[in-house]
Design a protein. Structure first.
Lengths: 106, 146
């Protein structure tokens, strides 16, 4: 099970934008490196990251091997109503990780 | 002193050539131009509007903070952002699509840099226009891609 770290403000004001940071534990093996046995290490990257706010899209990111290990994203969300933020990561070799956070809008 | 026999020298030369030839795959400026053309769908790419923030001198290419934003353009006007590299094994770095709940159009992440090169950030606006900024970075320690 992958681990992730998500930072968002405790309380936000309606109509304002706020910053969310996400960090996922993942090697992001590029598929270009050669291992100790001389073989190319198979690619194992996170290919897609998505953030949904009450089912509506905030951002969707398509990742390539050039994204560093433990992919980190910082982006901005527009506060509309109290609800949940859903974070989804999908990648090679059936990788899948989901997290949810409650958001309170004042 | 022993003089190297011709066969040995030939082998040595062949080995040296093989090492040079087996360098890791690398994107080229042409591959970058192709990737940009593919992303814009052949539409013209103009300079400006989008901003790419990255340190001009990078000590360690394994994890380099980079930020793409579109200052001075109202957020609803910006549909998508993308980042491309000139000399990483692949030209693509990442592509971002903004949904109805996105706030400011900015994305910060950390990337790998295989060597000193040019990076290109592209913004796609609602009117169909594509804007770019190109930044040159110098890398002292490359990301281990080999």
């Amino acid at each position: 099970m992958a681990r992730s770290l998500i930072t968002l403000p405790e309380r936000v004001t309606r109509g304002q934008s706020f910053t969310v940071r996400t960090l996922l534990q993942h090697p992001m093996e590029s598929g270009f490196r050669v291992g100790a046995d001389g073989r190319v290490l198979p690619r194992d990257i996170v290919r897609r990251f998505r953030c949904l706010y009450d089912g509506e899209l905030v951002v969707e990111v398509e990742l390539f091997p050039a994204v560093a290990a433990n992919p980190f994203f910082e982006f901005s969300v527009r506060a509309v109503d109290s609800g949940t933020l859903l974070f989804e990561w999908e990648g090679d070799q059936g990788f899948r990780h989901r997290e949810q956070r409650a958001l309170s809008v004042a | 002193m022993k003089v190297p026999r011709p066969l040995e020298r030939r082998r040595l030369l062949a080995a040296a050539c093989a090492v040079l030839w087996l360098r890791p795959a690398q994107a080229t400026p042409e591959a970058l131009a192709d990737a940009l053309r593919e992303y814009t769908g052949g539409a013209p790419l103009r300079e400006g509007r989008v901003r790419l923030d990255i340190a001009p001198l990078v000590d360690n290419g394994n994890t380099v903070p980079v930020s793409v934003s579109v200052p001075g353009v109202s957020p609803e006007q910006v549909q998508a952002l993308a980042l491309f590299s000139e000399r990483n094994p692949r030209s693509d770095v990442l592509r971002v699509v903004f949904g109805p709940r996105a706030g400011e159009r900015v994305l910060t992440t950390r990337m790998r840099l295989a060597t000193s090169q040019q990076l290109v950030a592209v913004a796609r606006l609602a009117d169909g226009g594509h804007w770019a900024q190109r930044v040159d970075v110098v890398v002292t320690l490359s990301a281990c891609l080999e």
